[in-house]
Each structure stands twice: as C-alpha cells, then as structure tokens.
Design a protein around this ligand. Structure first.
Ligand code: FAD
Length: 292
C-alpha cells in the first residue's frame, strides 16, 4: 500500500484518529496484537503508531511490527524512534530500513532513560534532545513526515512550563509537522496548553492523547510515570469501583468518552488513543461517540 504522510491528513479538515501499539515480547503477544489490530481496523483509523522500546530486542521489533502493520493490515503506520542508546550512524541505519519498508512517518523522541540510569545521558555520538533528532532526519537523505511529543502538564524533567514550551518551539522549528500530547485526564490542561502554544507561535495541529483508565493499578502507575494528574472526581469514581473490573472499565470509558466529545467539539484536530495493545475500551469509546 502507498502510505500517506500524516501531516497531509490534517489539511482535509476532518478529525484524524490514531491508535498506539507497543511491540509485544513474545510470538503469542504478536498474534494477539494482530487480532486487536484487525478489530480496531474496522474503526477506520487515519493511522496507527508503534512505540520504540528501551532494549535492543524490542527496538528491532518496532521496525518489524510497523512494517508488518502497514503491509499486512494495510494501515498507514508510524514508527516512534528515540535517541536512547543509539549513535547517529545507528539511527541513520534504522531510518534507511524504515524507508526501505515504505514507512513515511516517524515520531522522533528523546526517550526515557533506562531505569538504572534515571538521568538521561546521551551515548557518545548520539543526540541529547528530540529537536536534534528531528533536525538530523530533515538534514539527511530521507523524506519522512515527523511529528513530536508535547506535554500539557509540562514534561517531568523541564525546569519550568516556560522552558518546556521553548523546547517545543525548537522541535517545531526543526520540522515537527504536528504534535501528539502526553496522556491527560483533565481537558482544561489541554485547552490551556493549546492556548499557550498558540501564544508562542506554534501553529501546527496539537492532537490530544487519551488513555482510558481500565485498571486500578496499571493505568494510574503509567499516569504517574507520565506526570499526568488524575482529577479527584475520576479518582473517586475509580476508587468506588475498585474490586469490580467491569465497573472500573465502565468508569474509565465513560470519562474518556466525555473527554473526547468535548475535545472534538472544541476543535481538537483528532484523538490519539493509547490502546495498551487492547481494543475493547477504544471500541466502546467509538461506539459512544459515533455509534460505530
Ligand atoms: P525532548 O523534547 O527532548 O524533551 C526532553 C526534556 O528536555 C524536556 O523536559 C524538555 O523541556 C527538555 N529539553 C528539550 N530540549 C532542550 C534543550 N535544547 N535544552 C534544554 N532542555 C531541553 N518514550 C519511549 O521510550 N518510546 C516511545 O515510543 C515513546 N512514545 C511517546 C509518544 C508520545 C506521543 C509521547 C508524548 C511520549 C512518548 N514517549 C516515548 C515518552 C518520551 O520519550 C519521554 O517523555 C521523554 O522523556 C521525552 O521525550 P521528548 O521527545 O518529548 O523529549
């Protein structure tokens, strides 16, 4: 299939919906993920994306998975790519392979440092920040569409919201054609952030990232890691449902549905769903929003 550059999709003036997956660790995990992808394909997403892991084997799996999704499922697929642990030469090699596989969209990120080395340290000959990676991609022989990550509640390492916004301006100047936000649970944070970004002359589409709470342990842990605040009202509803998995799910889906509905009504250019490789919650949100 001929993949679309995602940046072009925003010009159609219709919301751009996307689903994020991560490379599973086992062959069985791959089989199950492809069942999830088949179920979510029925929702006709604009694109899907595949995260970049910290370890060597998961990294190879990103290239394999993103290529297979595009080739076998016929969906436009975007590869995430981080600066962690790779030299310029290694990154260039990965970009060559992605191009050979027909991938035309790459999300360049700094990446999170390995757990045993909490302060991010670039490898010798590597990149320190995502804007350097974006610049490298656009200075090279490739022709990728590159978005970037952004943080409505401010990145956890940033000295201040103002410093974080300056970093974001650097990424957009380097060639980020649209932005995908870190997950958040309070739309006020996204709306205020978009206003601040527009005030800093950032004109590119800013797609909200949504992750419904589907467990009392897993998602709150991820949210904490991402620096995403769970509002007291949502936390109260989740706590009241604790011990009843179906009720927790219902609370998470209901909250995410309300978030998506309001975001689209208020002009968000699409929604990026953090799926955790599962389909039911995303399908129910779609059902609530569109009756699909
Ligand atoms: P950067 O933009 O480089 O920012 C990192 C920090 O440095 C920020 O605090 C920023 O303010 C600061 N900074 C940036 N530039 C400068 C500068 N020039 N001088 C001083 N300070 C600066 N992680 C993965 O490992 N794999 C994934 O696949 C993945 N996918 C993601 C997808 C999305 C949509 C999002 C929102 C995040 C994802 N992450 C992923 C997490 C991300 O890698 C981490 O949040 C990481 O810590 C920051 O990445 P970044 O690209 O935003 O970094």
């Amino acid at each position: 299939m001929l993949a679309m550059k995602i940046g072009d999709l925003f010009r159609r003036g219709e919301p751009v919906f996307s689903f994020e997956f991560s490379p599973p660790k086992t062959d069985k995990g791959f089989e199950s993920l492809f069942r999830t992808i088949a179920e979510l394909k029925r929702l006709d997403p604009s694109f899907v994306s595949v995260t970049w892991g910290a370890g060597g084997s998961t990294r190879r799996k990103t290239v394999e998975l993103v290529s297979r999704i595009q080739r076998e499922a016929g969906l436009t697929a975007m590869a995430h790519l981080t600066c962690v642990g790779s030299t310029r030469e290694e990154i260039a090699g990965i970009l060559d392979r992605l191009r050979e596989e027909g991938i035309v969209n790459v999300l360049p990120l700094r990446g999170d440092p390995p757990k045993d080395q909490p302060d991010f340290r670039p490898v010798p000959g590597g990149f320190r920040f995502a804007n350097e990676l974006i610049e490298f991609i656009h200075a090279g022989p490739w022709d990728f569409c590159t978005p970037a990550a952004c943080y409505p509640e401010t990145h956890t390492d940033a000295a201040s919201p103002e410093a974080d916004l300056k970093s974001l301006v650097r990424k957009v100047r380097a060639g980020a054609q649209f932005l995908i936000t870190q997950l958040f649970f309070d739309n006020a944070d996204y709306l205020a952030f978009v206003e601040r970004a527009r005030g800093a002359d950032i004109g590119v589409p800013i797609v909200p990232g949504i992750m419904p709470i589907t467990s009392t342990v897993n998602v709150p842990r991820i949210a904490k890691m991402c620096g995403s605040r769970v509002p007291a009202e949502l936390q109260g509803a989740v706590d009241a449902a604790a011990g009843d998995a179906a009720r927790v799910d219902a609370v998470g889906v209901e909250w995410a549905t309300l978030q998506c509905r309001e975001l689209l009504e208020r002009g968000a250019p699409g929604i990026h769903f953090y799926t955790l490789n599962r389909s039911p919650a995303t399908r129910r949100i779609y059902q609530n929003l569109f009756g699909a």
